[in-house]
Design a protein around this ligand. Structure first.
Ligand code: FAD
Length: 429
C-alpha cells in the first residue's frame, strides 16, 4: 500500500543549493520541509565534483552576473566561519589569474575594475608584472597577473554534509534514493510510486532542473548542454612547483568555461583541470551510453543548441576540449604554457570529474545569469553554475527572502538559531 505524504515545502535536489535552502527554511520557519534526492547522500554530483575554489567575483561582469557576484562576495566569510567552526578543511591559497600577452593583460585591467565594482577592496586584488609574479611564484611564466589574496579552497561536499545534519536536526525530512518522476495535482510522484503532496515546490535539481521546469510548462525556449570537466593529479615533489591557484584569461570568453588551471586543494592535493568535454547527460562521468547520446543528439537537433553547431568558435572550443580528454599530453601542454617545468609523467592519477550544464537561449547563446522561474506553487532555479558552490549560503538566503516577500512562506517568531545571520545577509544584499 502506498501512503501519501504531505509537506508545506518540497525541494527537489540535495546538492549544495537544495540543502542550503532546506537549512534556511527549517531554521527560520515552522513549515514542514522535505528534500527529495535520487542518490543515497547529499552533494553526490556537481556539489562535490568541483574545483573546490571559494571564488572572489573579480572575473564576473557586474552587469550580467550581478546577483551571483554579490552572493559570492558575501558567502566567502560565511563559508570560512562555517568551515572553521566545524573543522572542515579550508586553505587560504590565493589565486593568480594570468595574462599570457598584452591583449589578455587588458582583460586583467578590466577584471580589476569589475572586482572593485563587485565589492572587493583594494587590498584583495593586485595587478602584478611578470617579474613580480616570478618573485611570488618562480616557476610561473606569464606577461602579467592579477593576484587575488582572498580566494580560498575548501571541500564543498563536506560543507553540504554538515548543513544536511543541521537541517535534519531542524526537522527537514530527507528522502534519499528517491527520484522525482512526474507531477500530478500538487503532488510529486516518485519512481517507486510514492506520492508527496506539497504547498510549494522548489526545483534545485542541478543538471536536471531544466527538464523538471519543462514539466511545469516553463523554460520552453531553453535547451541545455552538458560538459564534463576532467582533472589530473600531480604527485610530490612536483606538486610543490607552484603554491598558489593559477588561472588564465579564458581563450574563448564568449563561453562559460575557464581553461584548465593549477589547483591547490584544501586537503593538500594539487591538480590541473577542468577541461570542458561535451557529453550526453549530467552524470556521464565515464564511458559512452549510446542510447543517452542518441537522445541528446536528437534533442540538440530539434532545439536552440542546434545554432551552436554553426558557430565556428564553439566548434573550435569543442575540438580542443575533446583532444585534451583523449590525450593526457594535450591536457598537460595547456598548463605547460604557463608552468613550463611540468611534464606528463608527473601526473599519474585522474582526479574526480564533474559535469556542468549551461543553458542555451533560443538565439543559440549561453545564458549568462542564473534564472529563477515561478509558476503557481513552484520555484525553479536553472543555470546555477560556477561559482554556485561559493555563493550558495547567500544566494539561498536571497531566495528565501523572496519567498517571504511574496507571501509564499512566513518567517516564524520562534526562529531557531542559525549558524549565519540571515538578517545581516539580507541587509547586505
Ligand atoms: C567541474 C566543476 C568545477 C566547479 N568548480 C567550482 C568552484 O571551484 N567553485 C564554485 O563555487 N563552483 C564550482 N562549480 C559549480 C558548483 O559546483 C555548482 O554551481 C553547484 O554545485 C550546483 O549545486 P546544485 O545543488 O545546484 O546542483 P547539484 O550538486 O548537481 O545537485 C542537484 C541534485 O539534484 C538531484 N536530482 C536531480 N534530478 C533529480 C530528481 N528527478 N529527483 C531527485 N533528485 C534529483 C541530483 O542527484 C543532485 O544531487 C563547479 C562545477 C563543476 C561541475
Amino acid at each position: 500500500m502506498i501512503f501519501v505524504l504531505k509537506f508545506d515545502v518540497v525541494i527537489i535536489g540535495g546538492g549544495i543549493l537544495g540543502t542550503s535552502l532546506s537549512y534556511w527554511i527549517s531554521a527560520l520557519t515552522d513549515h514542514t520541509v522535505c528534500v527529495i534526492e535520487k542518490e543515497n547522500h547529499v552533494a553526490a554530483h556537481a556539489s562535490s565534483r568541483n574545483t573546490g575554489v571559494v571564488h572572489s567575483p573579480f572575473y564576473l561582469d557586474p552587469q550580467k552576473k550581478k546577483k551571483i557576484a554579490k552572493a559570492a562576495l558575501l558567502s566567502h566569510d560565511l563559508w570560512q566561519d562555517y568551515a572553521q567552526g566545524h573543522h572542515i578543511s579550508w586553505k587560504d591559497t590565493g589565486t593568480i589569474e594570468l595574462a599570457l600577452d598584452e591583449s589578455q593583460h587588458r582583460t586583467l585591467e578590466k577584471y580589476l575594475k569589475w572586482g572593485h565594482q563587485n565589492g572587493l577592496v583594494d587590498n584583495d586584488l593586485e595587478l602584478l608584472n611578470s617579474e613580480q609574479i616570478k618573485q611570488r611564484e618562480p616557476n610561473v611564466k606569464c606577461h602579467s597577473g592579477l593576484y587575488c589574496k582572498k580566494d580560498a579552497s575548501t571541500d564543498y561536499g563536506l560543507l553540504t554534509e554538515q548543513l544536511f545534519q543541521e537541517s535534519q536536526q531542524n526537522g527537514t525530512r530527507f528522502l534519499f534514493s528517491s527520484t522525482m518522476k512526474k507531477i500530478q495535482n500538487h503532488a510529486v510522484i516518485l519512481s517507486n510510486g510514492q506520492s508527496l503532496e506539497y504547498d510549494h515546490l522548489i526545483n534545485c535539481a542541478g543538471g536536471h532542473s531544466l527538464s523538471i521546469a519543462k514539466k511545469f510548462g516553463l523554460a520552453k525556449q531553453y535547451s541545455s548542454l552538458h560538459f564534463r570537466g576532467e582533472y589530473w593529479q600531480i604527485d610530490e615533489p612536483n606538486a610543490s612547483l607552484v603554491g598558489t591557484n593559477i588561472y588564465t584569461v579564458a581563450k574563448f570568453p564568449k563561453f562559460p568555461f575557464l581553461d584548465p588551471h593549477w589547483i591547490k586543494r584544501s586537503d593538500g592535493r594539487t591538480e590541473i583541470g577542468p577541461n570542458a568535454v561535451p557529453v550526453s547527460d549530467p552524470e556521464a562521468y565515464s564511458g559512452l551510453n549510446m542510447s543517452k547520446l542518441l537522445s541528446k543528439i536528437s534533442e540538440i537537433l530539434s532545439g536552440s543548441s542546434k545554432k551552436l553547431l554553426l558557430n565556428s568558435e564553439f566548434l573550435s572550443l569543442v575540438s580542443k576540449e575533446w583532444k585534451s580528454s583523449i590525450s593526457k599530453n594535450n591536457m598537460i601542454n595547456r598548463v605547460k604554457e604557463f608552468i613550463p617545468k611540468i611534464k606528463p609523467s608527473y601526473f599519474t592519477t585522474r582526479g574526480t570529474a564533474g559535469i556542468r550544464t549551461p543553458i542555451i537561449t533560443k538565439e543559440g547563446e549561453f545564458l549568462a545569469e542564473t534564472i529563477e522561474m515561478q509558476s503557481d506553487h513552484s520555484l525553479h532555479i536553472i543555470n546555477y553554475n560556477s561559482p554556485g558552490a561559493t555563493g550558495a549560503p547567500a544566494y539561498s538566503a536571497f531566495l528565501v527572502q523572496q519567498l517571504f516577500d511574496s507571501g509564499v512562506m512566513h518567517q516564524s517568531k520562534n526562529a531557531k538559531p542559525d549558524s549565519w545571520n540571515f538578517a545581516k545577509i539580507i541587509d547586505s544584499l
